[in-house]
Every structure is written in C-alpha cells, then in structure tokens.
Write a protein that binds this ligand. Sequence first.
Ligand code: MTE
Length: 329
Amino acid sequence: MPFLHVPPSWQLPASQATPEATYWNRRRLIKTMVGAGIGSIAVSLGACAREKTIDPGLAKTLGRPLNNVQRNPAFDNLDRDITPQAYASSYNNFYEFGGTKNIWPNAQDLPTDPWQLEVTGLVKNPTTYDRDDLTQQFDLEERVYRFRCVEAWAMVVPWIGFPMKRLLEQVEPTPEAKYVSFTSFYDSEVCPGPAWGFARNLPWPYVEALTIEEMANELAFFAVGIYGRTLPKQHGAPIRMVVPWKYGFKGGKSIVKIEFTAQQPATYWNTISPNEYGFEANVNPEVPHPRWSQQTERLLGEGTNPFDWEKVPTRLYNGYEEYVGSLYA
Ligand code: MTE
C-alpha cells in the first residue's frame, strides 16, 4: 500500500542525533550545571555517567539499536527523572509468562520472528504488517512518557514508536467503527503463566480496547522500542500499546491483531473484575481502587519493595489533562 510521509518539523537530520541509549539523569545534570554556574545547557548529555548498570543476564534481553530516531521535544518532560532501564526492564507485568514481576527470563521464550499484525474489522483497508513493516513503514520517534500502573507504582520511560493515528490513516476505519480492540500473542505451549493457579481459567488471550477517539488522540502510541533499542520481550516485543493517561493494564503487549468494531469489545481485566478495572481506566487520584487508594504512587526504584521507593502524588490523567481532558468533558 502506498504510504506518503511528510517529516514533522522537529525531526533533526541524522547528523545531529543524540547517540543511542544514553539515558542519563538529565534533571540532576541540569541541577549540577546550574550549581556550577554553567549558564548554557546546550551541551551533549552524553558527558555524564550512567545511573545504574544493567547486569549481563538482563543485558542479553535488550533489543537491537534503533539508530537515528529523534526525541519528540513535545514529549521530553523533565519533571521526573527517567527510570533506569535496569529497573524498568526487570520489574514487569506480563501474566502470560508468570505471576511475579520477575518474568523477564520466561518472556525470552516469546517467538517474535516472524511476526504478523493483522488489522481487520470495520476498515476500508484491512492490512497485515510483518515485523519489519512496523519499524520501516512508519516514521519512528522517541517520546518520554510517564507510566502509571493501577498497582500504584510508576516510572518514566523513553519509548520509540509511532502515534496510533498513523495506523488509523493507513487502514481508514469506516463510519460504523466506534471501538478498537488489541489482542496480545497467546500460545499455551509457550506461555507458562496461565499454568499457575487461578490464571488457568482466565480469559486468554489478553485483549485491550479503546474508543476510536482515544486511539486518534495525539498521545496514543505504538511502541516498537524503548531506551534506544527495539523492545525487549518482557516489555511486549515487537509492538505494544502505550496510552499514558490510562493505567498500565490498558497497554496490551505483543499485539497480533487489531480489530475495529461497532460495539465495545470485552477486555481482559474488565471481564475478570469489572468493578476493579473499568473499561476507561483513566488515571485518577480521586477514584480509589476498591482495595487501595490511588492518591499517591511510588516511583520504580532499587529492590522489589515498593515501600522503599519515593512516594509522589498521583496526577489526574497522569499529568496529561491538556491532551485528553476534552475526550471526557
Ligand atoms: N499485556 C499483556 N499481554 N499481558 C499482561 O499481563 N500487563 C499489563 C500491561 N500489558 C500485561 C500487558 C500491565 S498490568 C502493566 S502495568 C503493563 O503491561 C506493564 O508494562 P511493562 O512491564 O512494560 O512495564
């Protein structure tokens, strides 16, 4: 299918690109520079030390470098530090591969090559994308987003991918399409998670869904990478949803099928426990989970005990009200 693209104005030429995977603690750097009387911050961020080293086992799970991808300055927020990858890529929810946060070793069994993503349902151009189409047919950009899990932990990560609306432009939903569902990979032969206890009877595969308006929002993003490289399997390789104003469970991983529908689709957590996990699931400090408050969140840090981590107030729509508030007015 022909795909015309006009590069956005913020896209720098490759020659000016920041080197891959230099995710430094920028806020601290700037504070240090101000303290040292260095007025201009127009220096390479590659000049300071990495905050936390990644152990060799985890390092083997990282994807291949995605070179020449520019950070979109509109999503380069400095109000929180970027979470070190050593934490973000070893503390995951991916129930297909187990019920703890330490699923990254099991997740390496996820077969991602070849991969096909089918787009079907109420669209003018049903399409199937191969794995390479996902990184080659769309212009990739980097966005630093806050991420908030319904379990009240949070992180800040640099995703690489493309706005969901770019895919909408290609497949062209028909006027009848009101919702869109996203189905994750599932194969009982390679997903040990559902073999344990209660998970055996859960409604696999994992399915999430949005309204068409939510999918068309500027923030809604398909990630194919993180921290300068293609997605590690534990983060949902080769493509996952990122909807940063919603709780993390709305961001389905390892998507194999996208379907446009007229009716609201059944989704995974909402089917399991509708009064705990609403369909909309927007981050909101005033709406407690029935079993805990959502007023505050813990920033993913050292160790596995969230009570050791910095506690900060939760923000409505995870701080993205200016982008999404009008959707729910
Ligand atoms: N997608 C699938 N397929 N399976 C899952 O268990 N967990 C969700 C979401 N997407 C999940 C999923 C939840 S609860 C969260 S918080 C995020 O993935 C975690 O994303 P991360 O591990 O990349 O931080």
